[in-house]
Design a protein around this ligand. Structure first.
Ligand SMILES: [Zn+2]
Length: 170
């Protein structure tokens, strides 16, 4: 049945997809501090996070991280799609923590707010642990020609893998 009635209150189909993703074991712990049962998410980064980390994510600004509640907020199809596309915490961390220094101490569920903040800023805002070719913060275009590589197209599409700023809908 199709009621041509504008937005009905429930986008149950899509939302079910999001909840399904949340149920995956890798998403049962916070992407940043490993706290159990995260119910928050960063819709543009594609990670599920705990309530404490969500506060920090919010403080770095929506241009970096768009924090939403999985249980309370109303998600648009696009937002759900981009979460599903990233594929959850393991996939996102494989990118954002690709170059996490050995022995680096990630925050724990009980970590102080300060420690949490430092890590989350480094990880998402400064992108210190991101694979260098994917970093968008400080790429010196002038260095590009210096790479003595036989292929020059490797990095041209790399930005497509970065969720943020890809979608400027609304
Ligand atoms: Zn957390």
């Amino acid at each position: 049945m199709s009621g041509g009635h504008g937005d009905a209150g429930m986008a149950s189909g899509k939302m079910a997809k999001l909840k399904e993703l949340l149920q995956k074991s890798e998403n049962r712990i916070c992407a940043d501090c490993s706290a159990p049962d995260p119910n928050w998410a960063s819709a543009n980064i594609g990670v599920f996070i705990c309530v404490k980390c969500s506060g920090v994510h919010r403080s770095v600004g929506t241009h970096i991280s768009k924090v939403m509640s999985v249980t309370l907020d109303k998600w648009s199809d696009d937002e759900i799609d981009s979460m599903v596309e990233v594929g959850g915490n393991s996939q996102a961390n494989a990118i954002y923590e690709a170059f996490l220094p050995e022995g680096y101490r990630k925050p724990h569920p009980d970590s102080a707010q300060e420690e949490r903040q430092k890590f989350i800023k480094s990880k998402y805002e400064l992108q210190e642990f991101l694979e260098p070719s994917l970093r968008i913060v400080s790429n010196h275009p002038s260095d590009a020609g210096k790479q003595a590589s036989n292929s020059h197209s490797a990095s041209s599409k790399s930005e497509a893998r970065l969720p943020q700023d890809c979608k400027l809908s609304n």
